[in-house]
Write a protein that binds this ligand. Structure first.
Ligand code: SF4
Length: 412
């Protein structure tokens, strides 16, 4: 490598323009604007989205002079970088991921998932449910004998993993039970920053498409439907270029009505979850102020316009808050509310966070609530809390650098 090249490559320049995040047609337009042949765009896409390179210099299929030319024109790979990891006793890992402008978001890796996909008709759900019936399968982490492959997950003793990714730096929605809400909104992520979290974690975990099964949930920091265009662009990158089918992705919204209506018309889309958390508007307004803008009735009407696939359901996430929404009358109301919608309910026991004034529900109330839903004909599952000890569980994501919460197992 020449001295000049070393100066150009070095550590990626934070003000350089990222190639990661460009769709194949955008890469094509770029190479053509530089007077290059179209196949160079295919080579760059292959390096970015299949080989997961982290620097221009690692795109070895391009001649050195061309890599230098790209760097001199102000381009970089621009993959977000994991700068800190917190390890949970249950195998969950929470990452602090740094973006080019030094903002950070959190991303959570959950080997075996958290049960959120159960009953949604997906392949992952089938595996999970089938595994429950395996004779002698005493460990929840024991791989299914007939699903073995040679990927990194199998080597670690897992069948699959779920990655929870962020869509915004902070969040504007202000759900009262959520630690992320305390940050307020800083900015939207770009499509490259959203998909880049996935590739950064795949690189760290040694995950290979075709060898390992991963599910994606857009349930980290931020409201994905307030960053709709970049979210959907990231879905196209992840499904079309990176190779994770949209059927293995779930996006969760707090209820942004115009985006739900747009989503219903998308030809390629992930599955949808509504973070409902209440059985009537009065309770929901109290814990999710966004309800004042779009009430439950409007949201359910919009959800009914989504053309569901054969084995597709709408998931309703329901965080149980002690004494607020966890009583038998709420279960009855919920059953009534969801009548006629092909749905399932994921129950989540609220995860405490500092400065948030709720209490966890009593285990007996949780059990009664779930039983009532099931008795009423509803598919109702408990989401396993993951990474509670490292504040990686649902509703607990808050940037570590600003967090006043204790962390264990931190690795730089
Ligand atoms: S629960 Fe989701 S939408 Fe609500 S404040 Fe937290 S991150 Fe935002």
């Amino acid at each position: 490598m020449t001295e000049k090249t070393q100066q150009i490559f070095g550590k990626e320049n934070p003000s350089a323009k990222p190639l990661f995040g460009l769709l194949p047609e955008e890469l094509r337009a770029l190479v053509e604007s530089m007077g290059l042949k179209k196949y160079r765009a295919v080579q760059i896409a292959e390096a970015l989205y299949r080989q997961h390179v982290t620097t221009l210099d690692a795109i070895s299929v391009l001649p050195q002079a061309l890599r230098e030319e790209l760097a001199a024109a102000g381009y970089c790979v621009g993959l977000p970088e994991i700068i800190q990891t917190a390890l949970s006793v249950d195998g969950t890992e929470r990452y602090l991921i740094q973006l080019a402008d030094s903002e950070t978001v959190e991303t959570v890796w959950m080997p075996e998932g958290d049960g959120g996909e159960r009953g949604d008709g997906s392949e992952a759900a089938m595996e999970e449910e089938a595994a429950d019936g395996l004779e002698g399968n005493t460990s929840e982490f024991e791989p299914r004998r007939d699903m073995r492959n040679t990927g990194a997950l199998e080597l670690a003793g897992y069948r699959r993993a779920t990655l929870c990714i962020s869509s915004q730096v902070g969040c504007a929605v202000n759900c009262q039970f959520c630690l992320t809400a305390k940050l307020g909104i800083r900015r939207n992520l770009t499509a490259g920053e959203i998909a880049g979290q996935v590739v950064a974690v795949m690189n760290r975990q040694g995950i290979r498409i075709g060898k390992d099964r991963i599910n994606l949930v857009f349930m980290g920091m931020g409201e994905p439907f307030l960053n709709y265009d970049e979210l959907m662009k990231s879905v196209h990158l992840l499904a079309g270029s990176i190779g994770i089918p949209e059927s293995r992705m779930t996006v969760s919204t707090s209820g942004v009505l115009p985006s739900i209506l747009r989503f219903a018309a998308e030809p390629v889309r992930p599955k949808l979850a509504l973070s409902l958390n209440a059985s009537n508007d009065a309770v929901r307004e109290q814990i999710m102020p966004i309800t004042k803008k779009w009430n439950i009735g409007q949201l359910l009407d919009a959800l009914k316009t989504i053309p569901l696939g054969k084995r597709e359901w709408i998931t309703f996430e329901y965080v149980l808050l002690g004494g607020v929404n966890d009583q038998p009358r709420h279960a009855r109301e919920l059953l009534e509310l969801l009548k006629g919608i092909r749905s399932k309910v994921n129950l989540i026991v609220w995860n405490p966070g500092p400065g948030i004034d709720f209490r966890q529900p009593n285990p007996e109330d949780v059990a009664v609530f779930q039983k009532m839903l099931i008795a009423g004909g509803m598919s109702a599952y408990m989401r396993r809390p993951r990474g509670r000890d490292i504040y990686a569980a649902c509703g607990q994501l808050k940037r570590t650098v600003e967090s006043d919460t204790p962390l264990v197992g931190i690795q730089a």
